[in-house]
Write a protein that binds this ligand. Structure first.
Ligand code: 3HC
Length: 678
């Protein structure tokens, strides 16, 4: 097999080039080739400097994640990096695309780094539940200081080339398109000079002089890191870079790295990495299906949902025509959108020019005729089949042939909606999650007649607007809400049997969700869908509304809220629930947190199994992607189906049986056969 690494001697410079599509991951053959390249440079007296560069779309994007968990094949990445750094001829990394993880570590081992302005450098290992494992935690602080290294190692976001230059991570910017030539010239200019080795740098002493930076960083980022093991290990490793010798520091890094690598969190997060990418692939639709150009989008409804959806497209530079029935609603909706953008600008995440630029792409209208030339129209009106069918019939008459017609319904039957048109092949569901400009998840609902190009276009478009898309079949609530309803059903039953509602919420918080179902109810508003008649009380929610407990906005819902929105359980609500329970003749008992957790989460796994059984989800990992991105399921458990695999399907089935809950045929048979979902 030919090596992905080639070498070429250009005068007195050896150019080592990697060509390992798609992202030049540092698999065994790449590592071997790099090591041989450095050995060649050492042997040939005519070679006086070395450039390491990559062909294709990016510099090395990291270790090859598919090798993780398998028997390691030498040379190891730390060995390769050490060989590069030990070279007595200057080695220059020529960076384009994304130098990530192991790729950034190779660059750090080089004596100099030159990058094009569009390049990014980063150590995203924490996002895989890891820390860098090829001395990144030790070389980076020695080069740029512990304070600058901390966010890169413990949060994992890459930095653009200009910032990398500013913090000393790269030495020079190259001209876009002239990287190789600039790198060779730069390498030549360093011949004969003393060689700077990153492992010998002293910038890490900032953390020794001011050790408070570590606690301050922890305090500032505590919420983001809650529940995750890797960020703390990352902080520990960066701290060690200041306190220990380089050799002891790398030994410490290795120890922390190996522990994380063999743990459940990293396994789960690596599962998620591939799950997110697999979700993009649609069964039966070839990857080269020709796409429908989407240059203009129509949105029906300028309410919270419609406005949020529109913002996704505006932010991506796609013009939007937004339609309402009344001028007042239209003005209100577009006003809210501008305000949301302005708030983002206030937080420094957008400039005012960008706000104006996005809003300039918006055309508000009251006239369906203005949607005629849209390539995609998304309906976000009231959840009623009759209303939706009327809207789709009108769209069918107005909008040009070949345009995609989508519904943002969260549970209605897409096939029935499509039947209101003469082009059901062009109809599908695009289910955004609220707030639609923020939440990453998009359920793409495949109707029985939805065409392949319509689906493929929607998946591609979702990436362009920064969403993580998952294909769902047509069933009530699709993947996400269908499973949520099972959790809610148990939450409601549990509080009727004697569980405290705050214990139900706390169990989910302890599991890693950002909030529990009753907190969620308070946040969304208890009065959603309320009939507004305080004398008609048949449910706990209606009783809360009758008592003016509408949720956070009223200062009280399930909980009482203070001005800082801290929640306290309410005696009044506890009494309301107890009254309902006694009227229903429910016996009250103490319910353990273990039982609460099992009854909330196991039925979701069971519903997931049924969703798979019915072919409503293409793969178990798609369900994980839905729950992590749409409902705050903790990433470090890998999503409901991966979590079930981790604790064992037999344990899930035993739990469901012991609580007298439904077990689907497929879940039971998988458990009996000792199988997994993923
Ligand atoms: N190893 C193996 N495969 C990888 C990979 C990696 N590090 N990075 C990406 N791929 C694969 C993807 O799975 C995908 O495969 P598919 O086409 O079969 O689905 C393909 O490459 C293209 O990836 P994307 O769809 O993600 O392409 P994008 O252009 O959207 O993004 C990227 C490119 C920014 C490089 C993104 O792929 C990425 O973030 N990759 C992971 C980077 C990373 O985490 N690196 C650290 C690895 S851990 C490490 O280095 C440990 C070290 O410290 C010892």
């Amino acid at each position: 097999m030919s090596s992905p690494i080639s070498t070429e001697i250009q005068g007195n410079v050896l150019v080592i080039t990697s060509d390992n599509p798609p992202v030049n991951a540092l698999g065994q053959a790449v590592r071997q080739g790099l090591k041989e390249g450095i050995e060649l440079a050492a042997q040939e007296s005519g070679i006086e400097a070395v450039v390491i560069k990559c062909d294709g779309r990016t510099f090395f994007a990291g270790a090859d994640i598919t090798e993780f968990g398998k028997t390691p094949q030498g040379p190891s990445l730390p060995e390769v990096c050490d060989a590069i750094e030990a070279s007595d001829k200057p080695v220059v990394a020529a960076i384009h695309g994304t130098a990530l993880g192991g790729g950034c570590e190779v660059a750090l081992a080089c004596h100099y780094r030159i990058a094009v302005p569009s390049a990014k450098l980063g150590l995203p290992e924490v996002k895989l539940g890891l820390i860098p494992g090829a001395a990144g935690t030790q070389r980076l602080p020695r080069l740029i200081g512990a304070e600058a290294a901390l966010p890169m190692v413990a949060i994992g976001n890459p930095v653009p080339a200009a910032k990398a230059l500013k913090i000393g991570l790269v030495d020079q910017l190259a001209d876009e398109g002239r990287l190789a030539g600039d790198a060779i010239a730069f390498a030549r200019s360093k011949i004969g000079q003393s060689i700077p080795r990153t492992s010998e740098g002293t910038a890490n002493q900032d953390g020794v002089k001011n050790p408070d930076i570590f606690d301050e960083f922890r305090a500032k980022n505590g919420r983001k890191m809650r529940g995750f093991d890797a960020p703390n290990a990352a902080i520990e490793a960066v701290k060690a870079a200041g306190e220990l010798s380089y050799a002891d520091g790398t030994a410490k890094e290795r120890e922390l790295f190996m522990k994380l690598m063999s743990g459940n969190q990293s396994r789960a997060m690596r599962h998620y990495f591939f799950a997110e990418r697999a979700a993009n692939k649609i069964d039966g639709v070839s990857a080269d299906t020709s796409l429908i150009p989407i240059n203009k989008v129509g949105i029906i409804g300028a309410g919270t949902m419609g406005g949020g959806i529109a913002m996704n497209f505006l932010s991506a530079g796609i013009p939007v025509t937004i339609l309402e029935m009344q001028q007042e609603a239209l003005d209100r909706g577009t006003g809210v959108m501008r305000k949301n953008y302005e708030n983002t600008a206030k937080r420094g995440r957008m400039t005012m020019e960008q706000v104006d630029g996005a809003m300039a792409l918006l055309s508000p209208t009251l006239d369906y005729g203005d949607l005629a030339d849209c390539d995609l129209v998304i309906e976000a009106v009231y959840e009623s089949m009759d209303v939706k069918k009327e809207v789709f019939a009108k769209l069918d008459e107005t909008v040009k042939d070949g345009a995609i017609l989508a519904s943002n319904t969260s549970y209605l039957n897409i096939d029935e909606i499509a039947s209101a048109t003469k082009r059901p092949g062009y109809v599908l569901g695009l289910h955004f999650f609220s707030p639609a400009n923020v939440m990453k998840l998009l359920e793409v609902v495949r109707g029985k007649e939805t065409r392949d190009d319509v689906l493929a276009t929607s998946m591609k478009l979702s990436k362009k607007i920064g969403k993580v898309a998952v294909v769902s079949g047509v069933c009530p609530g699709f993947i996400g809400n269908r499973m949520l309803s099972k959790r809610q059903e148990q939450a409601n039953k549990l509080i009727m049997e004697g569980a405290n509602y705050w214990d139900v919420d706390d169990v989910l918080l302890e599991f890693g969700f950002p909030m529990g179902p009753f907190q969620m109810g308070d946040l969304a508003g208890i009065d959603i869908g309320w009939h507004r008649d305080p004398t008609k009380v048949t449910t706990v929610r209606e009783a809360l509304c009758a008592a003016g407990r509408f949720g956070q906005k009223a200062g009280k819902g399930f909980y009482d809220y203070d001005e800082a929105r801290n929640r306290t359980p309410s005696d009044e609500v506890k009494q309301i629930i107890a009254d309902f329970a006694s009227k229903a003749g429910n016996e009250q008992r103490d319910i353990s947190k273990d039982e609460i957790r099992e009854r909330l989460l196991y039925p979701m796994v069971n519903e997931g199994a049924k969703i798979l059984e019915e072919g409503m989800s293409q793969r178990a990992s798609d369900i994980d992607v839905v729950w992590i991105n749409g409902y705050g399921w903790p990433l470090y458990t890998g999503g409901p189906m991966f979590w079930a695999d981790t604790i064992g399907l037999d344990a899930v089935v035993a739990g469901l049986d012991s609580h007298g809950l439904e077990v689907s045929a497929s879940l039971r048979s998988k458990a009996e056969a000792g199988e997994r979902f993923n």
